[in-house]
Design a protein around this ligand. Structure first.
Ligand code: B12
Ligand code: SF4
Length: 478
């Protein structure tokens, strides 16, 4: 292991193994931002006297920058950010790092939900929760040559068994975290890519950690059901820094749910307006929180696009998912968004247990009625650790999850009410509805109605009997 002398600071190399070039679908669909987890870890480590370098493979042609950094920076510890999609590359980075004597640590959503797999695959340790303090302590411990097994929040292997360090409490005060270390990655490259794609210089900002809601299919391995947020003043400080240092003019708020507290969001709006930042922004929010008067104020502050988890047009399904939202709230929000001219991106889900073809029809009707500008309709993925997974674990099909969001790509992973081909067909029907919605103004309403009518007949008379062996009820009114 590379030893640190007394007084010489630990050297930590952080790696994001995500490579946007490796998959053409990814390049098309994934919006590129540097990992906020790594930028915050980097900033925190530095503020505690650690030397930090980051290898971000997002734009790399191959993984050779890792080897170069190992040779020139000679880290004591190599920390790898993990997502399911990048598992193989993460393991390869760990192999290279261990070969030069560095201690290897995995952190981030994938390793948080399968600690043993990462330890089995050659990592020396996993930090399954919040990383800032745990990694800082671990780096010092490793650089001093001490045994890391007692560092809180760290899991290691001893004699073939996983040893979990003591429990590490979550950070209480997110305002105490330094600003993300944007200088550790190639921000100009990210912003330049955005400028080419959309004309804006876009950056990601996180104002809170965790989510207090409890949807049955949602996996929250890192922050669980905790909820902590920065003060509105601290958020604006970050926005100002992005504007001044990187000329950012568009922000994606990456919170699981943006603006959970009404007084908080009102204060943030006041501060954004008072600081004359002239930024546009987008966020992900819940229909029960997006009241029309709030949306009006958010638009004045710069909100131009919202991701909303509509999920289903059937109240029965929303209740089964423990979503905690009402169809009336979906309708109210969709109308208000349209009135305000804010783009809406709907997340919809098919195949959740209990869903019938009638429920899918209800979702399609809702979709047709509001015609959101953007949408994704995915097949429900039972993620280990969720109530949904527990409910279907005897019916799992033994396939691997495809962890993409892209074109609703994930396969059917459990024995649902209908075969996967039926859900694929339903996805195609949403695609047709979306295309008809987009063509509005260019084709006559009569033509759109005729096309829809033909598609409905095919659905009722051909597709449903063929794919499910069942007949559907009477056709829907268009
Ligand atoms: C914002 C976001 C995005 C943004 C920005 C991504 C980015 N570059 O960071 C966009 C929209 C681009 C995106 C894309 C994707 N995302 Co995303 N995304 C999120 C989201 C909502 C927040 C991530 C975030 O910033 N968190 C805040 C930071 C502070 O937390 P963190 O990253 O977890 O880091 C902390 C700890 O995990 C730990 N930690 C993290 N890394 C490391 C490393 C070490 C060594 C250590 C010790 C600790 C440590 O310490 C950090 C600080 O406490 C999460 C959901 C969530 N709540 O986490 C999903 C999530 C991370 N995304 C997910 C997925 C699947 C994707 C995509 C693969 C989807 C796709 N194909 O279209 C792509 C991959 C793109 C990429 N560059 O990696 C999944 C990952 C699931 C999995 N097991 O892999 C998540 C968990 C959502 C979900 N539940 O499905 N995403
Ligand atoms: S789906 Fe969204 S609102 Fe529901 S628990 Fe997960 S993060 Fe929270």
């Amino acid at each position: 292991m590379t030893e640190a002398g007394p007084g010489s600071p630990p050297r930590v190399l952080l790696v994001d193994p995500y490579m946007s070039r490796s998959d053409p679908m990814e390049r098309k669909f994934v919006e590129l931002y540097p990992s906020l987890g790594l930028l915050t870890l980097g900033a925190y480590l530095r503020s505690h006297g650690t030397q930090v370098s980051v290898v971000d493979l997002t734009f790399a042609r191959d993984a050779s920058p890792v080897g170069r950094a190992l040779r020139t920076f000679r880290p004591h510890l190599v920390g790898v950010h993990t997502k399911t999609l990048t598992f193989d590359r993460a393991v390869e980075v760990a192999r290279q790092a261990r070969a030069v004597g560095a201690f290897t640590v995995a952190g981030g959503p994938d390793s948080a939900s399968r600690v043993d797999t990462y330890l089995d695959s050659g990592f020396d340790a996993v930090v399954p929760g919040e990383g800032e303090v745990a990694l800082t302590e671990l780096a010092t411990c490793v650089a001093m040559g001490r045994d890391p097994r007692n560092v809180a929040g760290v899991s290691v292997r001893r004699e073939g068994k996983t040893v979990r360090g003591p429990h590490r409490p979550f950070l209480r005060d997110l305002d105490a975290l330094p600003l993300p270390a944007w200088d550790l990655v190639d921000m100009d490259r990210y912003l330049g890519e955005w400028q080419k794609r959309s004309g804006e210089r876009r950056a990601a900002v996180l104002t809170s950690r965790g989510c207090p809601f409890d949807c049955s299919w949602c996996s929250k391995p890192t922050f669980g059901r905790t909820f902590r947020q920065q003060s509105p003043a601290r958020v604006v400080e970050e926005l100002v820094a992005l504007k001044e240092r990187h000329h950012v003019d568009y922000v994606r708020f990456c919170d699981d749910v943006f603006g959970i507290s009404r007084p908080w969001i009102e204060e943030l709006i006041d501060r954004i307006l008072a600081s004359h930042l002239d930024l546009q922004f987008e966020c992900l929010a819940r229909v029960d929180l997006l009241k029309p008067d709030l949306l009006h104020r958010l638009r004045q502050a710069g909100l131009v696009r919202v991701y909303v988890g509509v999920e289903s047009g059937s109240q029965k399904m929303l209740d089964l998912m423990n979503r905690g939202t009402k169809l009336a709230q979906v309708e109210r929000t969709a109308e208000a968004l349209r009135r305000e001219g804010i783009r809406q991106f709907w997340f919809l889900m098919l195949g959740y247990p209990g869903e019938t073809l009638e429920d899918i029809e209800a979702t399609l009707r809702l979709f047709r009625r509001f015609s959101p500008e953007e949408y994704s309709v995915s097949i429900a993925v039972p993620i280990p650790g969720t109530r949904f997974h527990t409910a279907v674990k005897d019916r799992l099909l033994g396939r691997k999850s495809a962890p993409t969001r892209g074109a609703g790509g994930a396969s059917l992973l459990y024995e649902a009410a209908y075969p996967e081909s039926m859900y694929r067909w339903e996805q195609a029907r949403f695609g047709l509805e979306a295309a008809l919605g987009r063509a509005r103004g260019r084709i006559t309403p009569k033509f759109a109605s005729q096309v829809g009518h033909v598609a409905d007949r095919i659905h009722e008379r051909v597709a449903t009997p063929l794919l499910t062996g069942k007949k559907t009820g009477p056709s829907r009114a268009r």
